[in-house]
Design a protein around this ligand. Structure first.
Ligand SMILES: [Zn+2]
Length: 297
């Protein structure tokens, strides 16, 4: 299940003075300070820097650089197996909190998506609550794409998962547009569906880098989590980076109207057929371009 969950009460950020000395990761010129909960098993604590470095490299690969020059990442203990949840706060510096079981098997960290998801939030301006679907949609969509581009997950796995999950993002009876339907499904998967539609349409209209190129332009224009922007400014800035109005048009269509997308037709065009990828589909090359490997950074 993909969702941002409020942390349990009492899991405040660990201050460096109360926990072990923080570790520092340098990723693409950005400085990430790691602060550990001192209840984490030593073997797990030793594995955390590599886990977060791989996540940060995947995010830097997608955006061209890590989204903010400095951030603090608090790794805190939580009940239950594996990485449980994360959240992002604006700071400064921006703070990510990632909660995992103190006895998590370090081998599980390679399959984690939460760290990348939270880091992607850092590349998008803070938005009004009605537009949370765009923040979560970008974080959810780009997480999978960035991990595929970085080799942390297989493209086929990404597409199978999107095909399985995206129907949840369709409007249900009584739903309004994306701005008016603050349910979990519409926020996370409706937002992800918006991003996939945008990525495909941007590329079909000639932006070779699609949504990645648009979001890199947004970041280059100062649009990171360090600032709070109106959604129209976010979308217009991203559109301007590729010389289009695609994102603004999609928003106008979907913001206050429940638009049902013909997903079967979309998957047929992209060549996503159940658990198989078809290379003879009309947009197979476009689909491959979305997950093509980023140059190492
Ligand atoms: Zn999120």
């Amino acid at each position: 299940m993909r969702r941002r969950t409020a942390l349990l009460a009492g899991l405040a950020l660990a201050a460096p003075g109360r926990a072990a000395a923080p570790a520092v990761l340098e990723v693409g010129g950005s400085r990430l300070v790691l602060v550990f909960d001192d209840t984490l098993a030593p073997g797990l604590r030793a594995a955390v820097p590599d886990w977060l470095a791989a996540a940060a490299q995947a995010v830097a690969g997608y955006f061209g650089r890590f989204p903010v020059p400095a951030a603090e990442i608090a790794v805190v203990a939580a009940d239950g197996p594996g990485v449980r949840h994360g959240r992002t706060r604006p700071g400064p510096p921006p703070r990510l909190q990632l909660a995992l079981a103190p006895d998590t098997d370090p081998a599980w960290l390679r399959d984690d998506w939460i760290a990348v998801h939270e880091m992607v939030h850092l590349a998008v301006p803070r938005l009004a609550i009605a537009h949370n679907w765009l923040h979560e949609g970008i974080a959810t969509y780009v997480e999978g794409v960035a991990r595929a581009r970085a080799g942390l997950t297989a493209p086929r796995r990404l597409w199978i998962e999107l095909a399985q999950q995206l129907p949840q993002g369709q409007p249900r009876p009584g739903d309004g547009g994306l701005d008016d339907s603050p349910t979990w499904a519409r926020t996370y998967w409706g937002g992800t569906l918006f991003c996939l539609l945008a990525d495909v349409r941007l590329r079909e209209r000639g932006a070779a880098g699609g949504l990645q190129q648009a979001l890199q332009g947004l970041l280059a224009a100062g649009g990171s989590y360090a600032v709070a922007w109106d959604i129209r400014r976010v979308l217009a800035t991203a559109d301007a980076a590729v010389g289009q109005t695609t994102l603004g048009e999609l928003y106008a269509q979907m913001k206050d109207t429940p638009v049902r997308i013909d997903l079967d037709a979309l998957w047929a065009r992209l060549g996503v057929d159940g658990t198989r990828l078809r290379e003879d589909a009309p947009l197979a090359a476009l689909r491959r371009a979305i997950t093509a490997a980023d140059a190492p950074r």
